[in-house]
Design a protein around this ligand. Structure first.
Ligand code: FAD
Length: 447
């Protein structure tokens, strides 16, 4: 092994395994430290056990699906994009398929095929896997020699001559250098580079317990507050749990903030009621955009249950229903308009008795019904917790990480990749693509 660079990878999840493969392809001595008894526990449950490992969209559409710190991803995505990810897994022997919304999956529908293929490749490349190995600390030393580079002695990109104490501008440089890691059992392992990829905080039972944030802080990096994202939303009104299990398709959801009703989210699609709030694709996407507003207080939301009809068309439709059923009770007449669980709720908030016969309905009552079909209201009080969140928002501040190499700007030879970074995306395979792209960038740079 003499002469080979030794790379220590903290975390055997998606990003850890990918970086191990990419680094080992460059003939490094690669070690993965994973505190679970197996690799890729979270990867196993992704895509409901089917692993939506990337999105086969036009690569140009990828940035539009990154919610936080989009620009940070440009460079690494350019070098290893979604098409590269598909080629990569096909190359590992995983047949892939693309479904609705360009979501890419293993053709077998088994996430275990992705994990097994990566394990096979790591074994073939001689990667050493250390299971049951909790990394407790980083071995860091001051990085004095390089602390202040000046332009005349050492040309650095972006340096401007004529600034600084001696006429040369000082470049912000590494304060520390990483020498190795320390395990919980006290063992110290030394290496040339360390890749930190301990994931976020969501679904902690998979091993992503957030321990890496403390390690990042010790290495001098800023860690932004974390919060659950791609997560169900909690609601206030007692009528929401009444509709538990009801799924609405082709509806429009609008969420506003503050007294002036500033629009914070609008989307069209599918959502569902739960025993404590709402969930489904529309809601998960909304949750990624609302987190910081929710910290300020509750948000108002409304569903347009008939977005395909304009106001007049909806009124004409309702009048038609009423005309054909003059002596029937309201609760029966609206059966053609709304799903069963929604009917009593909408009548109640519209102030109409379900027993009332249609010929007794006033114009005001009809207008009220139309209003609540267009603006079905509820209040969002917060998000569910990390145990229900697909992703963690927040994490290592990207200003402290070089977007080309993923190297920490505060600690030399330390690389940070995957969900531990303050970068997150919508559902559709984009979050795993962040893991693959950043893993590739770090592996290319650290060897
Ligand atoms: C239910 C669910 C479904 C999802 N579905 C999808 C999907 O279909 N498509 C998609 O793109 N994204 C999906 N995601 C998100 C995706 O799983 C993550 O973005 C991705 O796993 C992040 O990869 P990572 O390697 O950064 O972190 P992780 O996969 O979380 O891996 C981190 C690893 O580090 C280990 N670790 C932590 N601390 C230490 C320590 N101190 N010492 C040693 N080991 C440590 C952990 O045990 C873990 O194995 C889903 C997430 C969830 C929760």
């Amino acid at each position: 092994m003499a002469g080979l660079k030794k790379v220590l990878i903290i975390g055997g999840g998606a990003a850890g395994m990918a970086s191990a493969i990419f680094a080992s392809e460059k003939c490094c001595d690669v070690h993965v430290f994973e505190h679970n008894e197996k690799l890729g526990k979270k990867l196993f449950i992704t895509g409901k056990g089917r692993c939506n490992f990337t999105n086969a969209c036009d690569p140009e559409d990828f940035p539009g699906n990154i919610v936080t710190n989009t620009k940070f991803m440009y460079s690494s995505f350019d070098r290893f994009n979604n098409r590269d990810a598909i080629d990569f897994f096909e190359g590992l022997g995983v047949k892939t398929k693309v479904e609705r919304g360009a979501r890419a999956f293993p053709a077998s529908d088994h996430s275990s095929d992705i994990i097994r293929a990566m394990e096979r490749e790591m074994k073939a490349n001689g990667v050493k896997i250390h299971l049951g190995s909790h990394v407790k600390d980083l071995i860091l030393e001051p990085y004095e020699k390089e602390q202040e580079k000046n332009v005349s002695g050492d040309i650095s990109a972006g340096a401007v001559p004529g600034k600084g104490r001696s006429g040369n501008r000082k470049k912000k440089s590494h304060e520390k250098i990483i020498k190795g890691i320390r395990l919980e059992n006290g063992h110290e392992i030394y290496g040339d580079a360390v890749i930190l990829c301990t994931g976020g905080r969501s679904y902690a039972s998979t091993g992503s317990t957030g321990t890496g944030y403390e390690l990042a802080r010790k290495a001098g990096m800023q860690v932004n507050d974390t919060r659950p994202a791609l997560v169900p939303l909690l609601t206030k009104e007692e009528y929401i749990p009444e509709m538990q299990g009801l799924s609405l398709k082709n509806v429009s959801l609008t969420i506003t903030y503050g007294k002036n009703g500033k629009k914070k989210y609008q989307g069209f699609g599918e959502m569902m009621f739960t025993h404590k709030g709402v969930t489904g694709p529309l809601v998960l996407s909304a949750s990624s955009l609302l987190g910081k507003w929710l910290q300020e207080g509750p948000l108002k939301a409304e569903i347009d249950l008939k977005p395909a009809l304009d106001e007049e068309q909806l009124e004409a439709r309702i009048i038609r229903e009423f005309e054909g059923a003059q002596n029937k009770q309201m609760k029966n007449v609206i059966a053609k308009l709304l799903p069963a669980k929604l009917r009593p709720v909408i009548l109640r908030i519209s102030g109409i008795s379900g027993e009332k016969s249609v010929n007794l309905i006033t114009k005001e009552e009809r207008q009220s019904l139309i209003h609540f079909i267009r603006h079905f209201p509820f209040t969002i009080t917060g998000t569910a917790g990390f145990d229900e969140a697909i992703i963690t928002q927040g994490g290592i501040h990207v200003k402290d990480v070089d977007p080309k190499t993923m190297e920490s700007k505060t600690t030399k030879n330390l690389y940070c990749i995957g969900e531990i970074l303050d970068v997150d995306a919508f559902t559709g395979g984009f979050n795993l693509q962040i893991a693959w792209s950043t893993a590739y960038a770090a592996a290319q740079a650290c060897v």
